[in-house]
Write a protein that binds this ligand. Structure first.
Ligand SMILES: Cc1cc2nc3c(=O)[nH]c(=O)nc-3n(C[C@H](O)[C@H](O)[C@H](O)COP(=O)(O)OP(=O)(O)OC[C@H]3O[C@@H](n4cnc5c(N)ncnc54)[C@H](O)[C@@H]3O)c2cc1C
Length: 288
């Protein structure tokens, strides 16, 4: 079984900051793992500006990774399946199947997950053309996918607005459906509603999806049928804590970033990551 002093699960902004802080404070045995190939987490798919001093997500990631110490252990393409109370984690990767890693302190930096259509009270079929907004952002910005319009986006929070802007800029007809009486999200993201021909329908939600093989349209609760070929679900994010399910808040566990609480701004995530890295190392030093 492999061993490290501090195991960090997730190499987004929080995990990178935690690894650097723990290493900078003196820990020589830090292991950072992520199921993706590259460090950066959700930042890598954010083509828009607004991170730190108005960088886009990949630019901000580059800044976070400047002079990243080579002595911090880094394993990409590895998913942590579970963590047990005796300080062991089970890792799964294409090259080695499954293996165990034991540790003294664990930093959970696994981000958050989107609420999918299956979790919503929406009737009808589940044809091709229905995605979460984050999935579409990843497909468009990392893999060059262009969806078919018209597009309906359920939810006008920041992620819904960011995607509405990007899709409208590609020339697709976009309608945002919002259950609250007014648009959500930050003012800077709401600007796309005046700058681009994006329709906003408030005080309503989607009741039914139509289409057998491919999406054909949706019905709103107030009886309006909107033809569409793409539907994005952007109704919220939930902290991702699956791997620590069943653990009762042990003193060797530190949560940071979006798995702790969903943060709208990356600076807060980075600061939480730094604090977690230092707290984990302080615990080890205190026990030496
Ligand atoms: C669409 C969107 C737009 C945003 N726009 C802005 C903006 O304009 N300005 C701003 O300041 N902030 C913005 N934010 C907020 C901020 O960028 C994010 O909150 C922050 O980057 C999240 O960092 P994180 O490390 O907590 O999570 P993530 O970046 O999600 O990283 C979590 C990592 O954990 C990995 N992981 C999860 N589970 C496992 C597992 N079991 N095993 C291995 N690896 C695992 C994932 O692969 C991922 O790489 C935005 C966020 C989103 C979602």
């Amino acid at each position: 079984m492999e061993y490290c002093d501090i195991l960090i699960i997730g190499a987004g902004a929080a995990g990178i900051a935690a690894a650097r802080a723990a290493h900078g404070a003196g820990c020589t045995s830090v292991l950072l793992v992520d199921r993706k190939e590259n460090m950066g987490g959700v930042l890598l798919q954010c083509a828009h500006h607004g991170f730190g001093p108005n960088l886009n997500g990949p630019e901000y990631t580059k800044k976070l990774l400047e002079n990243f110490p080579k002595s911090i252990g880094w394993i990409p393409n590895v998913t942590v399946l579970s963590v047990s109370g005796d300080k062991r984690a089970i890792l799964s990767g294409a090259g080695f199947g499954a293996k165990e890693v034991s540790f003294q302190q664990l930093i959970l930096a696994t981000g958050c997950r989107e609420i999918p259509i299956g979790a919503l009270p929406i009737a009808g079929t589940r044809p091709k053309g229905v995605y979460t907004a984050g999935q579409m952002q990843e497909m468009m910005n990392l893999y060059g996918f262009i969806p078919e319009g018209p597009v309906v986006i359920l939810g006008s929070g920041d992620l819904g607005l960011v995607m509405a802007k990007q899709l409208a800029q590609t020339g697709l007809a976009v309608t945002l459906v919002e259950q609250r009486p007014e648009c959500g999200g930050m003012v800077k993201n709401q600007r796309c509603l005046t700058e681009l021909p994006i329709q906003l329908q408030c005080s309503t939600t989607i009741s039914e999806v139509f289409g057998e093989k491919n999406l054909e349209g949706i019905m709103t609760v107030d009886g309006r049928y909107l033809p569409c070929k793409t539907l994005l679900i952007a109704v919220g994010l939930r902290p991702e804590r699956e791997v620590i399910f069943g653990l009762e808040n042990p003193d060797w566990l530190h949560l940071c970033g979006n798995c702790n609480a969903v943060h709208p701004m990356v600076e807060a995530v980075v600061n939480e990551g730094k604090r977690a890295g230092i707290a984990a190392w302080e615990k080890i030093r205190g026990s030496l």
